[in-house]
Design a protein around this ligand. Structure first.
Ligand SMILES: C[C@H](O)[C@H](C)C(=O)SCCNC(=O)CCNC(=O)[C@H](O)C(C)(C)COP(=O)([O-])OP(=O)([O-])OC[C@H]1O[C@@H](n2cnc3c(N)ncnc32)[C@H](O)[C@@H]1OP(=O)([O-])[O-]
Length: 694
């Protein structure tokens, strides 16, 4: 609810953390009190800066708490104590400082505001008045009457275009030696015009005319009178009395009701209830994503034991998630069942069963029978044909892919897979549901692997070919990490698990009993194939979860990757078995082969109309594979390198490895080079095939 840290050795930085607007809930007030105590008692700390997380200082008291009894430390003594403290406190205001948030800023000894910050007292719109000294301090600061911008009025000490927090920390360091007395706003005397009574009477008349019968503005005028005529300690008492009357009035209840009603009315949605079929790792993550945004979820499993395990895991995840966000876990939104018949009324179903087409088809056929005709049927397949599933239902237009990435409740990317028969409304609903769940949703076409996984294949293939040719997993990872990836390809594969890819390769006849016995070594289906990943899996090494994969780990689930002599051995044996003379491979070759193959597939995807634009591909890689943001994404990176150079290098590598089709430059890349290399944003104009929905 508030983070406390020491910056520049002597400034205590208190960051309010209560999304979305850092309202001063009881937990936030408690955290402020605790942090201030820490800051004032720590001899290292010479000054304090208070700011809010995510570009918002504080939206005031937490209105949701108004309905219940007051919990946590009351605001007035808390704010008075901040003002009275012996160390300078600076407010760093970005976004909003409203109501109690503005009052918090007013007790700080200095205020630094971003030029776009909004400061004010909207309490009258809630039927109340600023009741933590706001009416008393603001008037002492700016006098009566006052209307102009904050800096001129002297509300803020500095306006900045920069990061207000950083500016405030520097400001705080300079403020350390200065006396605080004149900075305590409650000690100032309100500047009053000589005709105060006449002025306030005139304003009262105006208010009565403009808002007849409305109590809060009139109470505000009385509070202003108190600020003008009484010392602070009496004025604040008067403010409190006026608040007490307003707070329990029907007008305040009605206005606060309107505040929330207005926001609820805007939340119209097609999807109120959903079902998740399959409670494996993915299904559980998806179920949590749905419940987190208030959608009721029916979770389905095929066996009692699996259902019970899934139930316990989901509850654990929800509780941890709710604790982290400081809200209560939405367990009541869940129903767990073994029967698909319970899904007859849901608005949307997400199928997350095993990656097996026949099984998925059976589920979709069954869903067609049990769900009402308007229910959307979504699949979380990571690469199977969405249209083939649509084909077994009675409503192909309502079938769409929603491809989440593991762990689904953490990873931001969602690929919305548009089949040729998915209707625009279906796609729009899936896209908006993704947005509601806080995902970055990208609409993609229905091709094997969709965008993220389709591009990943050539990238990983290159890495394994480089292993054959003489590189080690450590060397390849290091080159990619130096490029900017948080993890190289092998460390990343160990984290994700190697078994899924192994199974997919078996199913597509690339290894196992379906392989043509006549096929030459290290070739499958007419192209180069590296057997090393299969050999690693055959040893039961599936990555971090089994304690070993491309690296070794100290335990199952361990994350500390160490080079494994066993892998080194395996590589040497492999090379000598197939007569490969290992060579020294440069980091440049590693980066070029992996990243140009990745981008080349991206050009292919654009050409096939499976992504609408290069920006979509880049966003998929930023959020779905941790592509280094400062490189812009694979397509933008290619444009930065220069498409001509990318083309030349691909031609060079393809010549050296003619049995690797992924290195053959895509026709779109050639076209773009031939037509003068337009900027990324214009590539779309050169694509011939466009997907109808993208
Ligand atoms: C002691 C002291 O003297 C007194 C007694 C007080 O301090 S009384 C309190 C005084 N403070 C206010 O009157 C500020 C009221 N809020 C606003 O004016 C606006 O919200 C905003 C800050 C200018 C942002 O506008 P927005 O257009 O960007 O988004 P939004 O959709 O409006 O809001 C985004 C989400 O934030 C929620 N929210 C906003 N302010 C909140 C608040 N103060 N308390 C609780 N929730 C709040 C809102 O319900 C919505 O939630 P959800 O719908 O997403 O679940």
């Amino acid at each position: 609810m508030a983070r406390y840290e020491l910056v520049k050795r002597s400034v205590a930085l208190i960051t309010l953390t209560n999304p979305p607007v850092n309202a001063s809930s009881s937990a936030v007030r408690h955290a402020i009190a605790k942090s201030m105590k820490c800051a004032l008692s720590d001899p290292e700390v010479t000054a304090v800066v208070i700011c809010g997380e995510n570009g918002s200082f504080c939206g005031g008291a937490d209105i949701r708490e108004f309905a219940g009894p007051l919990k946590g430390p009351p605001l007035v003594p808390l704010l008075d104590a901040i003002e009275a403290g012996e160390k300078p406190v600076v407010a760093a205001i970005e976004g909003v400082a409203l109501g109690g948030g503005f009052e918090l800023a007013l007790v700080c000894h200095y205020r630094i505001a971003h030029s776009k910050a909004r400061l004010g007292f909207p309490e009258v719109t809630l039927g109340i008045l600023p009741a933590a000294g706001g009416t008393q301090r603001l008037l002492r600061l700016i006098g009566i009457p006052a209307a102009a911008i904050s800096l001129k009025l002297g509300i803020v000490d500095q306006v900045t275009e920069q990061n207000a927090c950083e500016v405030a920390v520097e400001f705080a360091l300079r403020a350390v030696a200065k006396p605080l007395l004149s900075r305590r706003v409650s000690m100032l005397t309100t500047r009053c015009p000589p005709d105060l009574d006449a002025l306030l009477d005139a304003v009262t008349m105006q208010v009565k005319k403009k808002a007849p019968g409305v109590m809060a503005p009139l109470a505000c005028i009385q509070a202003v009178r108190a600020a003008a005529t009484m010392p602070y300690y009496k004025g604040i008492k008067r403010e409190g009395e006026l608040m007490a009357t307003l707070f329990n009035s029907g007008q305040a209840w009605a206005l606060q009701y309107c505040f929330f009603a207005q926001r609820t009315a805007g939340k119209w949605t097609l999807i109120r209830s959903a079902a998740v079929i399959g409670l494996g790792t993915m299904g559980r993550g998806i179920a949590v994503c749905l419940a987190r945004v208030g959608i009721s979820v029916i979770a389905v499993e095929s066996e009692k034991k699996l259902l019970e395990t899934g139930r316990q895991m989901v509850i654990g995840m929800l509780e941890r998630d709710a604790k982290r966000r400081g809200v209560s876990a939405s367990l009541n939104l869940f129903k767990f069942t073994l029967s698909l018949h319970d899904l007859k009324d849901v608005d949307l179903v997400i199928e997350v069963v095993f990656e097996d087409m026949a099984l998925k088809k059976r589920v979709f056929q069954e869903l067609s029978k049990v769900c009402r005709p308007a229910t959307l049927l979504c699949t979380n397949t990571s690469g199977l044909d969405v249209d083939a599933l649509a084909g077994v239902t009675d409503r192909p237009h309502l079938v769409v892919g929603m491809h989440f990435f593991s762990p689904a409740h953490v990873m931001k990317l969602l690929e919305v897979v548009c089949g040729p028969r998915s209707s625009s409304e279906t796609i729009a609903t899936a896209m908006s549901l993704g947005k509601r769940m806080g995902k970055v949703s990208v609409a993609v076409g229905n091709c094997p692997g969709f965008v993220r996984n389709r591009m990943l294949k050539p990238y990983i293939d290159q890495a394994t070919f480089l292993l054959e040719e003489g590189a080690t997993p450590e060397q390849i990872d290091k080159a990619l990490e130096d490029f900017g990836f948080a993890m190289g390809v092998f460390r990343m594969s160990d984290l994700a698990g190697l078994d899924v890819g192994w199974r997919v390769r078996k199913e597509s006849g690339l290894n196992g009993s379906d392989v043509d016995p006549e096929s030459p070594p290290r070739r499958r289906q007419g192209r180069r194939y590296c057997l090393i990943p299969d050999m690693v899996c055959e040893q039961g090494r599936f990555g971090q979860k089994t304690g070993g994969g491309w690296y070794m780990y100290d335990k199952r689930g361990g994350t500390n990757a160490k080079p494994d002599p066993l892998i080194q051995n395996l590589l040497e044996t492999y090379r000598s078995k197939y007569g490969i003379q290992p060579r020294n491979i440069s980091n440049q070759e590693i980066v070029e082969r992996c990243l140009f193959a990745l981008a080349n597939e991206g050009f292919g995807i654009l050409e096939d109309g499976m992504a609408a634009r290069p920006e979509d591909i880049d966003v998929i890689y930023l959020f779905g594979y941790g592509f280094p943001r400062h490189r812009g994404g694979p397509m933008f990176y290619a444009s930065m390198v220069g498409l001509e150079r990318v083309l030349k290098r691909l031609e060079h590598y393809h010549q050296a490895h003619p049995d690797v089709p992924h290195l053959k430059p895509s026709p779109l890349l050639k076209t773009l080079v031939a037509c003068g290399i337009p900027p990324v944003q214009k590539w779309r104009e050169h694509i011939k095939t466009m997907h109808s929905h993208l």
